[in-house]
Design a protein around this ligand. Structure first.
Ligand SMILES: Cc1cc2nc3c(=O)[nH]c(=O)nc-3n(C[C@H](O)[C@H](O)[C@H](O)COP(=O)(O)OP(=O)(O)OC[C@H]3O[C@@H](n4cnc5c(N)ncnc54)[C@H](O)[C@@H]3O)c2cc1C
Length: 418
């Protein structure tokens, strides 16, 4: 069955979420026109390898691109390489920076997030990099060839994965982090400690509890030193600013749509204007229950699942309030050296942690919030991760006491039906 043969969907942002909305519409049998507007040069690509295999040089640019150009033609997805400057909601038109105007019946904002700049004097010196786009990864790859001392500001996933990737070429980075441990509130203390010692074993240095106060350069304007808040000076000829990202809400704000740490959407991913949806890193979603905090996630799973959900809704425009709210379980992964971390659920705010496994090279941590299982972190235990996803999705869980038993197995618990 085909739907909406006369319609026209415009998707702004050709990242993973935008691509998935466009192709998801075709998977849903949507027969109307689909335009995907992206402002980055080249073919749409995926970001995760930029801190991993691509940075190490193990894969080339083609392997970043999940879909060949031919597929866009075959699926009649009009890939528009331009920047969307403005939304004319009254006229249902997107205005591009090259003057073109794209009419829409439904509009999806998939504008993603932008890296926060390093707000310190000297943050704009040559040799100071950011890592989010393929272009930035290419610049880094080139600069790394001649780099000596490397400093990373921020021990989040990007900073840690970068340090792991460059160590494959013999570079030992120093990571400066304002908190007392890496990965902020995204993981438990046990998992944070695992990644700290893993990196230290590979030669990465950490300075916790300090921030970059200033960067000093030479006469040519190239960075040479990083000064920390305690006065320590680190030599540096390459600095990566990995201090987090902020949602790109400019288009939504310009169009008068509410923004609240992201483009504000309801539990069906609709902005206040029901013709305009938002998905992925840029979207801040209201809880389905109507009460509680909004949720904005920066992960591939969230981008893909929200995009698939939006495509389903757009292909069935008559459902309205009958459509089930978005409700996919969040999960995430990160690869560093030979440690593969997978997280099911959301760890933030947990008040109890139970360790399962050998606790060193392969383990899972079950995280409870007010007695309920909130998340499971698994390091090199993919079967535990799959079991955790199943349990969390089904609303089943071992009690903390069950999980703490010496012979406890998450897989066996999931298989046994709880
Ligand atoms: C280096 C790196 C490594 C990562 N690794 C992992 C990982 O291992 N696991 C994981 O789960 N997640 C990872 N992530 C996060 C993940 O990549 C993001 O959550 C995901 O890419 C979000 O997709 P998105 O489509 O919502 O946004 P984005 O990927 O940010 O795409 C948005 C696109 O919209 C474009 N755009 C914005 N405004 C306009 C406009 N007005 N007109 C036209 N185009 C516009 C932007 O230029 C961009 O191309 C990583 C991120 C980075 C940067």
């Amino acid at each position: 069955m085909t739907h909406g043969a006369d319609g026209r969907v415009v998707v702004v942002g050709a990242g993973i979420a935008g691509q998935q909305v466009a192709f998801g519409l075709r998977e849903q049998g949507y027969a109307g026109a689909v335009a995907l507007v992206g402002d980055e040069p080249g073919a749409p690509y995926e970001r995760p390898p930029l801190t991993k295999a691509y940075l190490r040089g193990d894969i080339g640019p083609d392997e970043l691109e999940p879909r060949p150009a031919e597929l866009y033609r075959r699926e009649r997805i009009d890939l528009v390489r331009a920047r969307a400057e403005r939304i004319d909601r009254a006229g249902r038109t997107v205005v591009l920076d090259d003057g073109r105007r794209l009419p829409y019946d439904r509009l999806v904002l998939a504008t993603g997030a932008r890296n926060r700049p390093l707000r310190a004097p000297g943050g704009d010196l040559e040799g100071v990099f950011s890592l989010r786009t393929r272009r930035e990864a290419d610049a880094l790859r080139e600069a790394l060839a001649g780099a000596g001392s490397i400093v990373v500001a921020g021990a989040g996933f990007i900073g840690l994965e970068f340090a792991a990737a460059v160590s494959a070429h013999g570079h030992k980075a120093t990571i400066v982090e304002s908190r007392a441990r890496p990965l902020g509130r995204a993981v438990s203390a046990h998992t944070a400690a695992h990644f700290t010692s893993l990196h230290e074993r590979h030669g990465t240095g950490f300075v916790f509890g300090e921030e970059v106060a200033a960067l000093h350069g030479d006469r040519a304007g190239r960075v040479r030193e990083v000064e920390l808040t305690d006065g320590t000076v680190l030599p540096a000829d390459l600095v990566l600013a990995a201090v987090g990202a902020a949602p790109d809400t400019r288009l939504a704000e310009g169009a008068g749509l509410p923004v609240d740490d992201g483009v504000a959407v309801d539990a069906r991913l609709r902005t206040r204007d029901p013709r305009v949806l938002a998905v992925g890193d840029c979207a801040s979603m209201a809880p389905a229950s109507g009460t509680g905090p909004r949720l904005r996630l920066e992960s591939v799973q969230n981008a893909l699942d929200q995009a698939s959900y939006a495509a389903e809704r757009l292909a069935r425009p008559d459902e309205g309030e009958d459509a089930p709210p978005y409700g996919r379980l969040p999960w995430f992964w990160s690869d560093q050296y030979d440690s593969s971390l997978q997280i099911a659920g959301l760890a933030a705010g947990h008040d109890r942690a139970v360790l399962v496994g050998d606790g060193d090279e392969a383990f899972s941590v079950l995280l409870y919030r007010r007695g309920a299982l909130a998340a499971v972190e698994s390091v090199n235990r993919p079967a535990d991760h799959m079991a955790a996803r199943r349990l969390l999705a089904e609303g089943r869980a071992p009690t903390p006491e069950q999980a703490a038993a010496p012979d406890f197995s998450l897989r066996a618990f999931a298989r046994a039906g709880g």
